[in-house]
Design a binder for this molecule. Structure first.
Ligand code: SAM
Length: 562
């Protein structure tokens, strides 16, 4: 267990603290020190958390009657102008109330507001799904009239023992004092990998990418001894490598999945556009992006008029990229209230943002954020929307991980706030199993994507436990056989209820697109729309892409309470 916050921190990146100046020494346009990036290595493989056995009473903080004072970004910047990010701060100095109690108590009681776990027995009802909604997505045995069976009754699912510490994970040394003093981001490098494993990058002939405009270098990861690594290590390495390579690949429009990427982005625009809601007309809109990656959803946050963005991801290279993307596109002057933001410059980000590196499936959000953004929980939480896009499936290795991320979601959201995500469809997977559309290598898919199960999936499509049902996922030019886990949706729905999250919406990607895109065509960026134009002149995906996108669903839960 981490004895102190310092145990959790390997390095911190922060824009130059330079109130009054608009340009930091790193060249990023900043205002005060509001644009801050923090990196907290929260890899759980070498640490354990102490989670209490009962939830404390839900203590959703009521916002101050003046929402601007309660949630104001200025509030944060003012305090931090005098007091740099908390890593530099003596713990004896003034700290927020919740943190004082934390410091006074055993570390085990830290962040009680974020709660612990209780062991609950869920009786999972059988899915009422009676027809196969995936029959229309091309499959070799489409004609065989195979009915979907009802969902497995996961009446009982014990948590698996916590993963043992993995000594193979190379931890970064604490950041040298010199770097801390200068508060500068480190140059991008693959910090947790031995040099040999990143040789592919050092041997790239030109750092400017392929010389010929028509060349495109398809992404391939290079992770050795995957079989001996835990999922966090593989995932982080994979997304770190992807971040580095994406700069060298050539024009994105040449990617074999360019249309599919645009399609997936359109889905996310639709989901966020329909479900991110401001609390009140004059209240700032706060958005928490869990597993934010390279900040691919920053544009969508501008689209839905976010005022404050918080992004967290386990991949440090991705987080740095997200911060850099944000810094380069941040509006020079950000209107300070939602009304004046009607005149916001839509080509820029008219919101404040902060980014941190952390393992969201093993640590609470205060543990990840507070060390570097002292007071942030009091100032910005609860938030209006929590988003987790294309990432939740990595958590379904163990019940512990799923409960930790759901605690993070639920404790972060205001009542009425929304939890919005995209995950692989368990119904789609079951449909593949039932139709026996698997090769002998336990694989289904096509030239664009495939799914390979670690173990023979049960013939009736009902996995014994809802957790730990691992497969390797491949998507050309994006994901290179990275392990993921089945997310049995009915289990997710019932678990969410347990966390005060009620299902409002669930739809597969093709249906989201077909039903909603007419409302969005005129609102979406022209390049995005043009990037979905098919050979037949219509818009959407085609060929192998159809099945690859049908693999996913979007969901929305709402936090209940008052
Ligand atoms: C497919 S990417 C999605 C990125 C982004 N949400 C998007 O839609 O573009 C999955 C992301 O999940 C992140 N991730 C996986 N496990 C994580 C964990 N335990 N904690 C935080 N982030 C994690 C990865 O680093 C990666 O950036």
């Amino acid at each position: 267990m981490a004895e102190s916050k310092d145990d959790l921190v390997d390095s911190v990146y922060q824009s130059e603290l330079n109130p009054g100046s608009e340009t930091s020494k790193t060249g990023s346009p900043i205002q005060g020190n509001e644009s801050t990036i923090a990196s907290t290595d929260n890899d759980n493989s070498t640490k354990k958390r102490n989670i209490s056995e009962t939830y404390p009473n839900e203590s959703s903080k009521t916002l101050s009657s003046d929402p601007h004072s309660a949630l104001s970004r200025r509030g944060i910047s003012h305090s931090t102008q005098h007091k740099k990010a908390s890593v530099y701060t003596d713990t004896n100095q003034e700290v927020p109330a919740w943190m004082r109690s934390k410091l006074a108590n055993d570390a085990a009681h830290k962040y009680d507001k974020y709660g612990g776990r209780r062991t609950v027995e869920l009786t999972i009802a059988r899915s009422e799904e009676s027809k196969d909604p995936y029959a229309k997505y091309a499959s070799p045995k489409e004609d065989e009239a195979t009915q979907l069976q009802p969902e497995d009754p996961y009446a009982k699912y014990g948590a698996r023992p916590r993963q043992q510490a993995d000594s193979r994970v190379i931890r970064r040394d604490p950041e040298p004092e010199r770097k801390r003093r200068h508060n500068r981001p480190e140059p991008v490098e693959n910090v947790e990998e031995p040099i040999a494993e990143v040789a592919a990058y050092t041997s790239v002939p030109s750092l400017k990418g392929p010389g010929n405009k028509t060349d495109y270098k398809t992404f391939q990861s290079n992770i050795s001894h995957k079989e001996n690594k835990d999922i966090n290590s593989i995932v982080r390495q994979h997304y770190n490598q992807r971040t580095h390579q994406s700069k060298l690949q050539g024009s994105r429009t040449r990617s074999p999945i360019y249309k599919m990427r645009n399609f997936n982005n359109a889905i996310k625009y639709i989901l966020l556009g329909n479900w991110v809601k401001r609390r009140a007309p004059n209240a700032p809109l706060v958005f928490l992006d869990l597993c934010c990656g390279k900040g691919g959803d920053l544009n969508k946050c501008e689209f839905v008029n976010v005022d404050q963005y918080i992004g967290i991801d386990i991949s440090d290279a991705s987080v740095r990229e997200a911060f850099s993307r944000y810094s380069q596109n941040k509006a020079r002057f950000i209107p300070q209230n939602p009304q004046s933001k009607r005149s916001r410059d839509s080509r820029r980000y008219n919101f404040e943002a902060c980014f941190a590196t952390g393992d969201l499936f093993s640590y609470t959000i205060p543990e990840i954020l507070e060390k570097n953004f002292s007071g942030i929980i009091d100032a910005l939480f609860p938030v209006d929307a929590v988003s987790i896009q294309f990432s939740f499936h990595y958590a379904w290795e163990t019940e512990d991980k799923v409960r930790t991320i759901l605690t993070n979601v639920s404790r972060s959201l205001r009542p009425g706030g929304t939890f919005i995500g995209t995950i692989p469809s368990s119904d789609f997977i079951r449909s593949k199993i039932l139709k026996k559309e698997f090769t002998e290598e336990r694989t289904f898919g096509n030239d664009l994507y495939h799914v390979r199960f670690e173990q023979e999936p049960p013939e009736d499509g009902h996995f014994e436990s809802p957790y730990g049902n691992r497969y390797d996922y491949f998507l050309k030019d994006a994901v290179d056989d990275v392990p993921e886990y089945v997310v049995p949706f009915e289990t997710l729905r019932l678990l969410c209820e347990d966390y005060g999250l009620i299902l409002k919406y669930k739809q597969n990607f093709p249906d989201i697109f077909n039903l909603e895109i007419p409302n969005y065509f005129s609102k979406l960026n022209k390049n995005l729309v043009d990037g979905m134009k098919r050979a037949d002149g219509k818009y959407g995906v085609e060929g192998d892409e159809k099945e690859a996108v049908a693999f996913y669903i979007g969901f929305v839960f709402e936090k209940v309470g008052n």
